[in-house]
Write a protein that binds this ligand. Structure first.
Ligand SMILES: O=P(O)(O)OC[C@H]1O[C@H](OP(=O)(O)OP(=O)(O)O)[C@H](O)[C@@H]1O
Length: 165
């Protein structure tokens, strides 16, 4: 898979801080969220943090699998839909959580399922921004975000030696 030149590595500490900031932000929108719907898999970690902060105990998943390069979004398959219980009143009072909106295609699809829910992501790229109600940090479209759950400690070549045999 081709990766963009710019990278934005996020540590666990940074992610926790940003997800907590998202909790503060959505708490200012409403004090009475009925439930969280989290988009798997990237939404699971921020949903855990937001649910803890706001004491939301009803947590639902919408499970999607998509195949995409860094700047394009391919086909999205819905593996599990949202429970009918949460679709009454078109999802009014429900909070949707994801880690990132990138092209906005995932958000557009989930919004079509539950149109009155409030859509919140930790990070947002410009193409996806119109699809979300709340986000914390903007990241440029040509940047790849490295989330902490995808990372491991590896040796880093010294900058001076980069590219030498
Ligand atoms: O705005 P979009 O271009 O639709 O992209 C955003 C989606 O991409 C990521 O999920 P990913 O497809 O990497 O799946 P995963 O969370 O299961 O790893 C992220 O968690 C969003 O759900």
């Amino acid at each position: 898979m081709a990766l963009p030149d710019k990278s934005f590595p996020v540590s666990w500490d940074q992610f926790h801080r940003d997800a907590r900031a998202l909790a503060w932000r959505v708490a200012s929108v409403s004090k009475e969220w009925k439930a969280i719907v989290t988009i798997t898999r990237g939404g699971l970690v921020p949903a855990a943090i937001v649910s803890r902060e706001l004491e939301i105990r009803v947590i639902e998943t919408v499970c999607v699998a998509s195949y995409h390069d860094y700047d394009t979004q391919g086909q999205i398959n819905v593996l599990k839909k949202i429970s009918a219980d949460l679709l009454t009143d078109e999802g009014q009072g429900v909070l949707i959580i994801d880690d990132l909106t990138d092209t906005g295609k995932t958000a557009e699809l989930v919004r079509s399922m539950i149109p009155k829910a409030h859509f919140a992501t930790v990070y947002a790229k410009p193409k996806g921004m119109p699809q979300v109600d709340t986000f914390i940090t903007e990241v440029s479209q040509d940047t790849w975000i490295f989330f902490p759950w995808d990372m491991g400690f590896t040796y880093q070549e010294p900058i001076a030696g980069a590219g030498k045999g």
